[in-house]
Design a protein around this ligand. Structure first.
Ligand code: PMV
Length: 304
């Protein structure tokens, strides 16, 4: 039975600016994952056509009935070509996920990577992380026209990365685990729309985008060393610039202020913004309880 598992990701520094070639830092979140697996039909199943069952996106359909413009369909056609499959597999592809969708944690890229890995596992093909990331990147482009590549890279390699579009990336080795809280505003937001809006106002945003890049450059050694005070300070500065490029919202601003007021060293939105998730950094694990309680109090959902 072919199985593929992929983690969520959170962007510590540099979302949006990374689309314009500035550096970004992201880490995988292995506590929340997407799993794709090939399941045999049960005797009671009357159907024998390749079937996709993905409750998270409300998809329960035969492959032949899925519209070709759906990124998942495009991905599967791409994989069938790559693996020289003339017939779709006579199985069920089950896709389960604990990653909230459309909320800045890379659920789309995780779905792609899990499905790619499941196909390669099912057909005993050896593809490395870079090849998997390249296929996932192609599919990311159908979700939104100009992705940076940060999501698919972090999720395919499953390691913290320092990424710069057009220049490549480096895997970061972190000296210590960050006491990071990830929480959801519960507001879904469409990455492509937010990215497009930033692009529409590029002239006004240009200086802020550079400033975000400088923050990511400064943050790199702090993230590697686990310098919590410096990371927290830079997270706060990064959030302020994300506000300036107009990708925050009332709920995200309230959440980061609440987290800081209750002991977080730093807090910021993560991902595309205008809803979705935010992250808060605590100095010690024991500080996390108060911060989490304060976030639940304002209606946020704790993810990690
Ligand atoms: O919201 P997400 O998880 O798709 O992250 C988007 C990150 C952006 O920097 C806004 C876009 C990108 O392609 O890097």
């Amino acid at each position: 039975m072919g199985i593929g598992i992929a983690p969520a990701k959170t962007i510590l520094f540099g979302e949006h600016a990374v689309v314009y070639g500035e550096p970004g830092i992201a880490i995988p979140l292995w506590e929340i994952t997407t799993t794709a697996s090939f399941q045999p039909f049960r005797d009671s199943d009357r159907k024998r056509d390749f079937h996709i069952h993905s409750p998270m996106i409300g998809l329960d359909a035969d492959f032949s009935d899925i519209p070709v413009n759906l990124p998942l369909k495009k991905l599967i056609i791409r994989l069938m070509n790559l693996l020289h499959l003339t017939e779709p597999p006579a199985k069920i592809l089950q896709i389960e996920s604990t990653i909230p969708i459309a909320s800045g944690l890379g659920s789309g890229a995780a779905c792609s990577v899990a499905v790619i890995r499941a196909f390669f596992d099912e057909y005993h093909s050896n593809f490395d992380d870079a090849e998997i990331s390249a296929i996932a990147f192609e599919i990311e482009k159908s979700y939104h026209g100009s992705p940076s590549g940060l999501d698919n890279t972090t999720i395919s390699f499953g390691k913290p990365v320092y990424f710069q579009k057009g220049k490549g990336f480096e895997i970061l080795k972190l000296d210590s685990k960050l006491n990071l809280i990830v929480a959801d505003t519960g507001i879904q937001s469409v990455t492509s729309a937010v990215v497009q809006d930033v692009r529409n106002h590029y002239e006004q945003n240009q200086a802020f985008i550079r400033a975000i890049g400088i923050i990511a450059e400064k943050a790199r050694p702090a993230v590697e060393k686990g310098d919590v005070q410096e990371i927290g300070q830079l997270m706060n500065e990064n959030h302020d610039y994300l506000k300036k490029i107009n990708v925050s919202c009332y709920e995200l601003d309230l959440a980061v202020e609440t987290a800081r007021k209750h002991g977080a060293i730093g807090a910021k939105l993560t991902g595309a913004g205008r809803g979705g998730n935010f992250i808060a950094l605590a100095e010690k694990p024991s500080d996390m309880i108060e911060i989490k309680k304060s976030l639940v109090h304002i209606g946020a959902k704790i993810i990690l």
